[in-house]
Design a protein around this ligand. Structure first.
Ligand SMILES: Nc1ncnc2c1ncn2[C@@H]1O[C@H](COP(=O)(O)OP(=O)(O)OP(=O)(O)O)[C@@H](O)[C@H]1O
Length: 371
């Protein structure tokens, strides 16, 4: 099984007169892991719900397996939805059912499998998420981390090709977040499905995904390979990935330009983000691109890894020098040699990313701090 691509183009969603976001364009490449960041209330959950067809955006398209789910028939939408597994924030388990019955639920609801087959699949998925032996536990009897794992096992039973994670780290201690992150990478290596994770955890954003995106001021400020956002000079991207107060994002609303300029000057004077120390939610000072998490020993390599390396090697010319250097550092020698020899052509079929960061909204002149 290989994950499928999700191609979002010009997507706009409002509730009545309240616009949530406009003109969101991005591609989730097949089998890759992407993380979507954004200040609270910017509509990340609304975006996830739109992807599974629970909410209808009024403009734009979401193409999955040749179907635009914004416009397709209900019966086709029903079929496309079967490609998705969703891990909801609280695991969304039924409190009165034990873990076995919770995880078996989609199989009993949507398939005609025998109880023996159901049992085999449920135990296999429980094993994959490290819940062996917990079949008879009730959701109320286990920890938050175990509930997330149970929700994940349930999201896996119909063999999804796309998995959406809504704040998988919420309510977990840092050690449990680290285990869950490793589990996400391990699952990706085992099933090669397309993953999209909404999170506020910067440690997760820095180390787990292949691609990063940031929703801000009702737009997708940036979406691209992890190296692009981790080396970005865009003030709002830097502010978010470093978890700091200085920058365009305010406590509850936007700051005015003069205030942001004064803050950025003060930040620069004290040496930029490198001197922030350790901030909230796993933010660390500096703008380095840390190594990406590998699958645990004994597991296969992530098949998406080589596909992604080939893809970004073809895109090197699209990025600024800092991003291109960081991407080059991640490429194996053969691809690097081909890129340098100029034999890699840009991907056919056009757009792969919302790379036009000049469109980023409300962007102020970026101080080149710390460089
Ligand atoms: N069904 C709905 N009807 C009307 N407004 C809604 C609906 N669902 C969400 N909203 C509004 O959409 C906005 C974005 O909400 P959403 O939950 O997607 O934000 P978020 O980015 O996921 O936030 P957080 O990071 O805090 O989880 C909010 O203002 C919310 O009130």
């Amino acid at each position: 099984m290989v994950g499928v691509a999700v191609e979002v183009e010009g997507l706009t969603k409002s509730f009545g007169s309240q616009n949530i976001w406009s003109d969101v364009t991005l591609t989730l490449p097949p089998g890759e892991i992407s993380v979507l960041l954004g200040p609270s209330g910017t509509g990340k959950s609304v975006f996830l719900k739109s992807l599974v067809g629970l909410l209808k955006p009024e403009r734009g398209s979401i193409v999955i397996s040749d179907t635009d789910i914004v416009r397709c028939s209900e019966s086709r939408l029903y079929d496309v939805r079967k490609l998705f597994g969703v891990l909801f924030q609280d695991g969304a388990l039924f409190g009165s059912m034990d873990l076995f019955d919770n995880i078996a639920f989609p199989l009993r609801e949507h398939t005609r499998k025998t109880e023996a087959e159901v049992r085999r699949i449920v135990l296999e998925k429980m094993d994959m998420v490290g819940l062996q032996g917990a079949e008879r536990k009730l959701p109320g009897e286990i920890s938050g981390g175990m509930r997330k794992r149970a929700g994940l096992a349930r999201a896996l039973v119909l063999d999804p090709e796309i998995i959406l994670f809504d704040e998988p780290d919420s309510g977990l201690d840092p050690v449990r977040v680290a285990y869950l992150n490793q589990l996400i990478v391990d699952l990706n290596a085992q099933i090669d499905a397309t993953f999209l994770i909404v999170t506020h955890d910067i440690g997760t954003a820095r180390t787990v995904p292949d691609n990063l995106g940031l929703l801000y001021r009702k737009h997708l400020a940036m979406f691209g390979p992890r190296e692009q956002l981790l080396t970005s000079q865009e003030p709002v991207v830097q502010q978010f990935l470093n978890g700091r107060r200085e920058g365009p994002i305010g406590m509850s609303e936007e700051k005015d330009v003069a205030q942001v300029e004064a803050e950025m000057a003060a930040l620069q004077a004290r040496g930029g983000d490198r001197h922030n120390g350790v901030g909230p939610k796993g933010a660390v000072g500096g703008d380095a691109v840390p190594p990406q998490l590998d699958p645990s020993p004994g597991l296969p390599e992530r098949r998406a890894q080589r596909r992604r390396q080939e893809r970004v090697a073809r895109m090197l010319h699209e990025f600024d020098p800092a991003t291109a250097d960081a991407i080059r550092a991640s490429l194996p020698a053969d691809l690097l040699a081909q890129a340098d020899a100029g034999v890699l052509t840009p991907p056919a079929g056009g757009r792969h990313w919302a790379t036009d960061s000049t469109q980023a909204i409300g962007v102020l002149p970026g101080p080149r701090d710390g460089r």
